[in-house]
Design a protein around this ligand. Structure first.
Ligand code: ZN
Length: 258
């Protein structure tokens, strides 16, 4: 049972008790609307914070005691920006993880293959990454997940085990689809917010402020400034004495099904 199921059960019991009490003291049942609204707000908050592990377990940091940090890129492959990222990674001889959108991989299969061939990890980030994706039911989520897995497998010959929820939003339906597909939900504990800001130094400042061994850092490989952010970030991480390691080493999980 996940946190949501447990807390929902407790909440229903609380509502039953509250109704009885309201009735006992001659108050209107109407007022149970207040706890219902508050609980709904609480559930919505948790949907936007996967680190709360509310609907399902997400890995957001390395295994205890592991040295190093992992860097991850979402939303690619991008024909223009991903090569810049790959060049920086190669120059520094480090491995990162790319949570790819199936639709983009379908459009740039060569780009996806180059990421994989360079020794980086490929994870899935849904097929469409559409604006409305979080309203999908379980069946629609499975189509999103399976379609992306099939495309990635047809290009690199491997089926990823790592899935990153689009927008970092989780819902009960997504949780069921991820579990059903035998995937691991991978989050982060350092969010660079590189999509909301194009000031490279601000982004690097933000993403290194609480950086320490075991961290998983979220970047994107589809922004004009992504390459410069990565360069500056690596300089800073190096000064802090932090080594960049493959995500599978940090979390002790294999990256592919086969
Ligand atoms: Zn994304």
């Amino acid at each position: 049972m996940n946190r949501y199921q447990k807390e929902r059960m407790l909440f229903v019991a609380f509502l039953a008790l509250l109704s009885l009490t309201l009735n006992q003291f001659g108050y209107s049942y109407f007022w149970i609307i207040i706890p219902i609204v508050l609980f709904t707000m609480y559930v919505a908050y948790n949907a936007f914070h996967l680190e709360e592990q509310f609907f399902l377990k997400s890995i957001i940091q390395g295994k205890k005691g592991k040295k190093g940090i992992a860097i991850t890129f979402d939303d690619g492959p991008n024909a223009k920006i991903t090569p810049q990222i790959l060049a920086v990674l190669e120059k520094h001889n480090i491995k990162a993880a790319f949570f790819c959108v199936g639709k983009n991989a379908e459009e740039s299969p060569k780009m996806l293959k180059s990421i994989y061939d360079a020794g980086h990890t490929i994870g899935s980030h849904s097929y469409s990454h559409s604006k409305w994706i979080d309203f999908s039911n379980k069946k629609k989520w499975r189509i999103e997940i399976d379609k992306s897995q099939d495309i990635i497998e047809s290009i690199i010959g491997k089926r990823p085990r790592f899935f990153r929820p689009p927008y970092g939003v989780t819902t009960p339906d997504l949780a069921k689809a991820i579990t059903g597909a035998n995937l691991l939900s991978i989050g982060w504990n350092i969010r660079s917010l590189d999509t909301m800001n194009n000031n490279v130094l601000d982004i690097v400042e933000r993403s290194t402020r609480n950086l320490q061994n075991g961290c998983i850092v979220l970047f994107h490989d589809n922004l004009e400034w992504s390459g410069r952010v990565l360069e500056e970030f690596l300089v800073r991480a190096n000064k802090m004495g932090l080594e960049i390691v493959p995500i599978s080493d940090l979390i002790d999980e294999r990256a592919y099904e086969n």
